[in-house]
Write a protein that binds this ligand. Structure first.
Ligand code: PMP
Length: 365
C-alpha cells in the first residue's frame, strides 16, 4: 500500500532507494510456528521476569555507561571495563563499526550467504559490500576471503556459526586467516549464536581476542538469552576501536530495562536455567538435522539454533517453493532464493511439523 502512494518531492539518495529494506519475519498465522527469525521459543528466564515486573524508572534515561553490566561481561572475558561496549542489539554495533572504519568507497568484506544485514551496513557511509561465496559445504571460504582483501578493505566480518548455513569457523582456520589480514584492518567475529556451539574445534572469541589487537568479538542477548525484543548486544575488543563505535552510535539507544534484564540473566540463579534451555535446543537441533538427513537431504553442520536446507545438489530444487509450502501450512521459515532455506530450532511440537512438510514437499516434487 505504501508504494502505491505518490512519493513526495523530497530528495532522497538514489543508492538508498535502490536497496530493499530489511524486513523481519512476519507473525505466524495459526496453527503454525514462527521459525523465520532464529528466536528463542522459551519465555523469559525467571530472573528476567522479576526485573521486568519491577516498575523501573522509565521516565529517566538509562545511566549512560552501564558499568555494572559491562563489568560483569568484562570479567567473563578477562578484559578491562572499557574493553566492553553495549548497544541496542549487536546489529547496531555492526553499523557503528562500519561507520567508524569505512569511508566512501572503502570495502566491507563478508561471506555470502551470511547475516542479511551485512550487505547494507556500508550504505549510509558509502562503503561497498564485498560478498565472498561460501564453500560447497556452506562454510566460510577463508582462502577466497583473504584473496579478496584489497587496499580498500577496512573491515572483515566473520560469522560463526554462520547464519544462515550453520557451520562454525575452526580455530586453526581462523588463525591462518588472521595471518593474512593486515594489522590495520578491523576483523569482527560475529558470535551471535555462540552459546549453541558444541564443536570443540570452533573458534571462540574469548580464546583468541588477546592475540589479535585488530579483532572485535560481537555477542548478543537476543538468541540463547531470549531477549531479542529488548534489544541488547555487546562487543569486546580494543578500547580505542570501541570508543570509535561509540562516536558513531545513536545516543540513548540502550534502555535501562534491557540493561537490567541482561544483568539479571547473568546472575548465578539464572545460569542453570539458561544452560538447561540451551541443552534442550541443542538436542532438538540434532533431532531436526537427523530427521532431515534421513529424508536424503545434505544438511550442513548445524551449530546455531537453526538448520539449513540447501537449494541444488543434495538439497531442494527451489528454496522459494519450499518456503511457500511451509507458508501454506501456516509456518514461517526464511528462504534465501537461489541458495536455501533456514529453519529455526524452536518448540518441540514444531519438529514433526517441519519434517512432515519437507517430506511431503520432496514426495510431491
Ligand atoms: N549477527 C547475526 C549473525 C545475527 O543472526 C543477528 C540476528 N539475526 C544479529 C547479529 C543481530 O542480533 P541482535 O541485533 O538482536 O543482537
Amino acid at each position: 500500500a505504501a508504494s502505491a502512494a505518490p512519493r513526495p518531492p523530497v530528495r532522497l539518495r538514489a543508492d538508498v532507494l535502490a536497496v530493499p529494506p530489511y524486513r523481519q519475519g512476519a507473525a505466524p498465522t495459526r496453527p503454525g510456528f514462527k521459525l523465520s527469525s532464529n528466536e528463542n521459543p522459551f519465555p523469559p528466564l525467571q530472573a528476567v521476569v522479576d526485573v521486568l515486573s519491577d516498575p523501573a524508572a522509565v521516565n529517566r534515561y538509562a545511566a549512560a555507561a552501564m558499568p555494572e553490566l559491562r563489568a560483569a561481561l568484562a570479567a567473563e572475558f578477562g578484559v578491562s571495563l572499557d574493553g566492553v561496549h553495549l548497544a541496542a542489539g549487536s546489529v547496531a554495533i555492526l553499523f557503528q563499526l562500519v561507520a567508524a572504519a569505512a569511508a566512501p568507497g572503502d570495502e566491507v568484506l563478508h561471506a555470502w550467504p551470511s547475516f542479511e544485514a551485512y550487505p547494507s551496513l556500508g550504505l549510509s557511509s558509502g562503503a561497498v559490500s564485498v560478498p565472498v561465496p561460501l564453500t560447497a559445504d556452506a562454510e566460510h571460504d577463508l582462502d577466497a576471503m583473504a584473496d579478496a582483501i584489497t587496499e580498500r578493505t577496512r573491515i572483515v566480518l566473520l560469522c560463526t556459526p554462520n547464519n544462515p548455513t550453520g557451520p562454525t569457523i575452526r580455530r586453526a582456520d581462523f588463525e591462518r586467516f588472521m595471518q593474512r589480514v593486515p594489522a590495520d584492518t578491523l576483523v569482527v567475529l560475529d558470535e551471535a549464536y555462540r552459546e549453541f556451539v558444541t564443536d570443540p574445534e570452533a573458534v571462540r572469541g574469548e580464546e583468541v581476542l588477546a592475540n589479535h589487537p585488530n579483532l572485535v568479538v560481537l555477542r548478543t542477548f537476543s538468541k540463547a538469552y531470549g531477549l531479542a525484543g529488548l534489544r541488547i548486544g555487546y562487543a569486546v575488543g580494543a578500547p580505542a576501536i570501541l570508543a570509535a563505535a561509540q562516536v558513531t552510535a545513536i545516543p540513548l539507544s540502550v534502555t535501562g530495562v534491557a540493561e537490567a534484564a541482561a544483568l539479571a540473566s547473568l546472575q548465578p540463579s539464572a545460569r542453570a536455567e539458561l544452560a538447561a534451555r540451551i541443552e534442550v535446543l541443542v538436542a532438538r537441533r540434532a533431532e531436526l538435522v537427523a530427521g532431515l538427513r534421513e529424508l536424503g537431504l545434505a544438511i550442513p553442520e548445524a551449530q546455531g539454533n537453526f538448520v539449513w536446507i540447501p537449494e541444488g545438489p543434495g538439497g531442494v530444487e527451489s528454496a522459494a517453493a519450499l518456503a511457500a509450502a511451509f507458508a501454506a501450512e501456516g509456518t514461517l521459515v526464511r528462504p534465501f532464493p537461489g541458495a536455501g532455506v533456514r529453519i529455526t530450532v524452536a518448540e518441540a511440537e514444531s519438529l514433526p511439523v517441519v519434517i512432515g512438510i519437507v517430506r511431503e514437499f520432496l514426495a510431491a516434487g
